[in-house]
Design a protein. Sequence first.
Length: 65
Amino acid sequence: MDVLEGQDIKGLISKSSAPFVSIYQPTHPTGTEVPQGPIRLKNLIREAEEKIKAVGMGSPEEGLA
């Protein structure tokens, strides 16, 4: 995996003034934790959507305010 550097992030930000959301989730090697990955991701997405709505930006279905 490549590591993002400050210059990479500045380049991404300069492309658009829209808000950005990053979701970080630990990964696990094959084993008992793997089936929980999609559930955790779904929960993280729901949490991000709630936080976006809380600041008055709407949901993805409504479009960004």
